[in-house]
Design a protein around this ligand. Structure first.
Ligand SMILES: Nc1nc2c(ncn2[C@@H]2O[C@H](COP(=O)(O)OP(=O)(O)O)[C@@H](O)[C@H]2O)c(=O)[nH]1
Ligand SMILES: [Mg+2]
Ligand SMILES: [Zn+2]
Length: 340
């Protein structure tokens, strides 16, 4: 029987069968999946037999934090005021989602805090940056129900999750679209040691829309990507980067003849600033990869060759092939990682 995982509590998986409109079924995980270190997540499609999940079906996408699979759309919520839009953070969410091939919907909430002219100005500014990038954008007020019909149409019949900084109105929007009919479990709380207490992820259904209630997106630093792989995640930068004459260019001020630098006036300032910020984070990853890779290479050489001298004298840069292999290994490590 095919089913979707709706929530997980320690060793128990609560799944909803495809052909059943009724409630959830409690299952365990077959030993074989545990042995293969397969981590079943909320949103996963699985096969169930005799009260146990024995097969994980193909995923459309999958995240580690939050630990969910098969999202159609993530609503990235910002508030226009209180707090003001944090464009770097917004670009961070968008770049992260683009990397994971998950569609984003941009929601700008608390539009009631602006007067007509201010709102018009903010809207124009935002649309000018994000519409050419292909994003759908809604302006809402969770308090006055502005934009809620339009918002609901954009999420209807999809599997969605909310992201956005705390205080922008995610819970209020959820309340507004469901008329307070569903309760979500995720209040932000910290225990005595200042750590976040464990919170559960679960799918909540509302009129055909599956909302994955998560404690939020965390650890969104780009320390899993090589510097050379960042530009392609920025459509507006890549438009110029793809014609850059330098092959390994990172499109920073250091390269005067870089095609991105030459066209900087056509790229939104905050977008480029975001790119530079994330680039620094990717450099840390490259260092880690380089280190691991050299360590590996040295060890291999010690076994294969008789002289130590050769190793230290040949401080040549490691091959790209090896770099890619190490990158892959580090990624695999991450996949096997536990989230709680
Ligand atoms: N003026 C205004 N306040 C809002 C709106 N939406 C949420 N708030 C307020 O912003 C604060 C944070 O909202 P909440 O939904 O808890 O944000 P969350 O942390 O993103 O879930 C609360 O005091 C809400 O009442 C809105 O559309 N307009
Ligand atoms: Mg909230
Ligand atoms: Zn360049």
């Amino acid at each position: 029987m095919k089913a979707q995982v709706y929530k997980i509590h320690s060793d128990f998986y609560y799944v909803k069968p495809f052909l059943d409109k009724e409630g959830l079924i409690e299952c365990k995980l077959r030993e074989i999946l545990k042995k293969q270190k397969i981590k079943v997540k909320v949103g996963d499609f699985v096969e169930v037999e005799d009260g146990a999940i024995f097969n994980l079906l193909d995923r459309k996408n999958s995240l580690i934090r939050p630990s969910v699979s098969n999202l159609d759309l993530v609503v990235v919520v910002s508030s226009l005021l209180e707090p003001k839009v944090d464009f770097i953070q917004l670009n961070r969410y968008l770049t992260f989602l683009k990397y994971h091939k998950i569609e984003a919907l941009l929601c700008f909430n608390k539009d009631d805090l602006m007067n007509k002219e201010e709102l018009k100005k903010a809207e124009d500014e935002i649309r000018k940056i994000y519409e050419p990038l292909g994003y759908k954008i809604v302006f809402t007020s969770a308090i006055y129900n502005d934009g809620m019909n339009e918002f609901f149409k954009l999420i209807q019949n999809k599997t969605i999750a909310f992201s956005g900084l705390s205080g922008v109105g995610k819970s209020s929007i959820l309340n507004a679209i469901t008329n307070g009919n569903i309760k979500t479990g995720n209040v932000s709380s910290k225990n005595k040691r200042g750590c976040h207490t464990t919170r559960h992820i679960e799918i909540i259904e509302f009129e055909g829309t599956k909302i994955i209630d998560t404690p939020g997106f965390s650890r969104l630093t780009f320390d899993f990507l090589l510097p050379k792989d960042l530009d392609i995640l920025f459509d507006d930068i890549y438009f110029y980067a793809k014609n850059c004459k330098y092959q390994d260019c990172l499109h920073t001020e250091a390269d005067e003849d870089c095609n991105v630098i030459k066209n900087l006036d056509k790229i939104d300032e905050k977008r480029y600033e975001s790119y530079l910020n994330f680039l620094e984070e990717t450099k840390e990853f490259k260092q880690k990869v380089t280190y691991e890779s050299q360590k590996e290479e040295t060890t291999n050489k010690r076994f294969k060759e008789k002289t130590f001298a050769k190793i230290s004298s040949k401080k040549r840069s490691f091959s790209r092939k090896r770099l890619n292999q190490t990158t892959k290994n580090l990624h695999l490590e991450e996949i096997g990682e536990d989230d709680d």
